[in-house]
Every structure is written in C-alpha cells, then in structure tokens.
Design a protein around this ligand. Structure first.
Ligand code: HPA
Length: 275
C-alpha cells in the first residue's frame, strides 16, 4: 500500500489538534487574488501549511499558504488559502495532498476557484466550470492505486457536479450577477499560452485556460467528494488582445471582482445541501 493513506491520517490528526471541535464539511480552494474570502469565515482557526506534516508549501507571491477553518452561517468551511501549483515543481500527486487531507477531515463538497484567461469570456466575468480538459503532462492518480482512497478508474462524467452548478447559477440570478458557464483547460504553465495554443484550445471547446484546478478535481472525484468550480476570468487569453499578459493584470482583475465573488460564495454556501 502507498504511504499516502497513512500520511493523510497524520496530517488530518495534526489539523484536528489545532481546530478544536470545528468539523468542516465544505472545502474552499481559493485561487490567485481570491484568497481573502477565507478571512470572512467566522470564529476561524488558522493553521500555517508549514505546521501541517506532509503539506507541500507554496512559493508563489500572493498565495499565503494557510488553512482556515471557520463558519459561514451554520456551515463549517475549511479554506485552503493559497495552493501549490504544478509549475512550482510539485508532481500532481503532491499537489492534491491538501485536498485529500480535507476530505479525510470530513469535507464532502468543494468550491474550487481559480484565475483564468478567457477564450470568449471577458475579463471580470465569473465562469461556472461545466467540465475540464486535462492538458497537464501528469495525473494525480498515476501510479499505485490505494482502494481506501478511491477506485482505480474513477468516472468523471459529473466531475463538476450538475446540482452544484445549478446552485451557483441560481445564486448568480438572485444577486443579479451574470455568470458564464464553460470548459476549463488546465495547463502546466508557468508561461502563459501562445496564441496558437489558445486557438487550439478554442477549437477543442475550452472557454478558459489556467494552471490549476484539474488535478484537484480529479482527486476529489476519486475520493467521492463533489466539486463546484468557478473561474475568475482575469484577462483575455493570449492573442485575443493587443496587450501582453501579466501576473499583475491577473491579480488586479481578481481584486476588482472580489466583492462580487464574496457575495456569490456566501449565497452559494447558504444553499449547499447539508452534507
Ligand atoms: N492563462 C493561463 N493561466 C492563467 C491565465 C491565462 O491567460 N490568466 C490567469 N491564469
């Protein structure tokens, strides 16, 4: 058997000693510039990633790297404020360890957010992810499968759960926020795509391109957790505007939509079925 299962128990136990009686059922993975949502959790306990055994530590600017566990109304949420990325040098198995730890702690439903380049959708748009295309040269389930975590060949038909997508769209309507819907293409990075790659992705049916989310969504489905994915379209994808792409533009746009994003997430979490 792989060591992953035992490592997950160890990491979850370390977190439990720091979060008292809090028992999270909803997990939040917050992308570039969107991490401040975790600061809105009430009665929160914070645990630095560096204090959790086996957790990979992020090196990217703008990714704080801590777990916050606290409440939104009656729902206890565990938020990964900052995530590690493939382009930092971690393999896909390592990337998904924090998400697997939250499932080990009792999380059943994830809201996974990211910043992404728009292929058709304009900057400032929030896009409910309907499906993904895995363009990473790695897979989080590659290697030995531990049946205690999930099946060898998990079904990915409803990788982004239809009921959760419907809850997100309903929340958008009730707030008067127009939400897009589309397919997210996940790529290794860290360079942005070339215009030719974006044309290829458009032909393949992608509406957004980013450097995260896909490995986590695969691992969540592997373990039977449900996922809602939301992309914040922070820029037009390569070749679709005159401007060169920059990380500053990405974080700046994410900041601009932040208050809308908070209201949307608050409304969605209220409507989630109790786990
Ligand atoms: N491409 C890939 N990842 C991204 C982009 C992009 O245009 N914008 C934000 N993250």
């Amino acid at each position: 058997m792989s060591k992953t299962f035992d490592n997950l128990q160890e990491s979850a136990a370390a977190i439990r000693t720091r979060i008292g009686s809090r028992a999270p059922t909803v997990g939040l993975i917050l992308g570039s510039g969107l991490g401040a949502y975790a600061d809105t959790l009430e009665d929160a306990a914070a645990v630095d990633y560096s204090a959790i055994p086996n957790f990979p530590v992020s090196t990217v600017e703008g990714h704080a790297g801590r777990l916050l566990v606290g409440n939104k109304g009656n729902t206890c949420c565990a938020a990964l404020q900052g995530r590690v990325h493939f382009y930092e040098g971690h393999d896909a198995r390592t990337l998904v360890f924090p998400l697997r730890t939250l499932i080990t702690l009792g999380v059943k439903t994830f809201i996974i957010t990211n910043a992404a380049g728009g292929i058709g959708h304009d900057p400032g748009t929030l896009m409910v992810i309907s499906d993904h295309i895995n363009m990473f040269p790695d897979h989080p389930l590659r290697g030995e499968n531990d049946k205690r975590l999930g099946p060898r060949f998990p079904d990915m038909t409803n990788a982004y759960h239809p009921e959760l997508q419907a809850i997100a769209h309903k929340a958008g309507k009730s707030l008067g926020v127009e939400l897009a819907s589309g397919v997210y293409a996940g790529l290794a990075g860290p360079s942005y795509e070339t215009p030719a790659e974006i044309r290829m992705l458009r032909t393949m049916g992608a509406s957004a391109a980013g450097m995260s989310t896909v490995p986590e969504v695969i691992a969540a489905n592997h373990m039977g957790a449900r996922v809602l994915g939301i992309s914040c379209i922070t820029n037009k994808a390569a070749g679709l505007s005159d401007q060169p792409l920059s990380h500053e533009e990405v974080t700046e746009t994410a900041k601009q939509v932040h208050s809308t994003f908070i209201r949307l997430l608050d409304t969605i979490i209220k409507d989630l079925p109790s786990a």
